[in-house]
Unconditional design. Sequence first.
Length: 481
Amino acid sequence: MSATGARELWSGLGLIGPLEARLSGALPPRVGGVSIDTRTLEPGDLFVAIKGDANDGHDFVRAAFEKGAAAAVVAEAQSDALRGAGPLLVVRDTLRALEGLARAARARSKARIVAVTGSVGKTSTKETLRVVLGRFGQTHASAASYNNHWGVPLTLARMAAEARFGVFEIGMNHPGEITPLVGMVRPQLAIVTAIAPVHLEHMGSIEAIADAKAEVFSGVVKGGGAVVPRDTPMFERLASAAKASPVGHVVSFGEHADADARLIDYAPEGQGSLVRASILGRTIGYRLGAPGKHQALNSLAVLVAARAMGCDLDEAAAALADAKPAKGRGARETLAHADGAMTLIDEAYNANPTSMRAALDLIGQTEPGPNGRRVAALGDMLELGPQSAEMHRALVDALEANGVDLLFAAGPMMKHLFDAAPAAMRARWAERAADIETPLAEALRAGDVVMIKGSNGSRMGPIVSALQKRFQRPAGPAGEG
Ligand SMILES: Nc1ncnc2c1ncn2[C@@H]1O[C@H](COP(=O)(O)OP(=O)(O)O)[C@@H](O)[C@H]1O
Ligand SMILES: [Mg+2]
């Protein structure tokens, strides 16, 4: 975390107790950060050797010391083989040790803490909270989507003692996964962003998904708050789960007339939008730096959270202008075609029916240039279970409602949508994403708006990179980015 190694996140002595470690070698006076990945490790970091699905961190302990790790947390079983590599903190189980450090970080912290879960919009909401709360004080937030059994304790262990706010993304694929994670985070406020049919393959029903998300309330400190989506049929279920938990007050957000934080008006503007909303009885207008009504809805939850954290509502709303869509989540850029500019909307990070519709709305709200068209390049939405084919096919309404002119589709599930689309819209389908890349690039012309989206595993991301490379803007004064 710190290039100089001089920053102190944990003192060396302060590590021993929480990790329940035995020392082998000289204890460093301090560590500046905590890392589980040598690719992003900074000199002075504590390296924790975690065993993942693909790799075992113990194979990288020597590499960690070569990159300047201050010490490494390793399992008893591997400690003999690693003796002499550098200062070792030897434990029984490295993940348990990381959790111990996470609990110690939480125990020493005076920060106001928010946990964010939900089917979609976790990272967007977490990043927006980082921007907004960052206006008011030192804010610590999860990196990327570090929201699982190692991501959450790692994020906690990285929280500086002096942080004023903490924002934690918490995810799940199966029931029961959120409870232990939120039990470490102990937030004053829990946000559920949305309930949508994601991971239906593991979860079975939308009710089961709602119940699994509602586990987040179990870890809220007594009398804390819950922010729940009003527009889902699961609203009542979430609200009653919150009431049966340590949560003291429940606030709803959405377009529903009864929402406590209500979207009144949303209008796309430039790279973002103009929003009017009623937040807990006060009507305010603000500019949001990220595009899409879905982001406007997320921003309501962010404002409620900021208020709950004691921040001034107007100043929090003003900060929303600085919120930018993250890579693969609606970020847009101008591409240079030989004949003029085109707009690329990068939604390649992930997809499910909810975010797919939100993304198709984005393209609908974007006006193509002269002679330009709306072009959608879509890859399969994964893990949808037995209704997957129908969920893909059903998107045809959204394609038509948003004036999509050309559809490029990849993957066996997207074949169902492709076949259901009007003939004039059907440009190209292929089994693999890589095989629509060239036909798409060759079809594009000046004025087009092209949106790329699919589940991460559908490999649509490389198409974004290929288009960026092929239609690179000449170096010079920066245009819109
Ligand atoms: N409230 C929302 N409703 C629908 N789609 C959303 C919402 N928030 C974000 N999205 C879209 O869903 C995708 C995933 O967003 P992200 O914030 O990374 O969610 P998560 O962290 O829950 O996976 C992106 O395409 C994003 O634009
Ligand atoms: Mg995420």
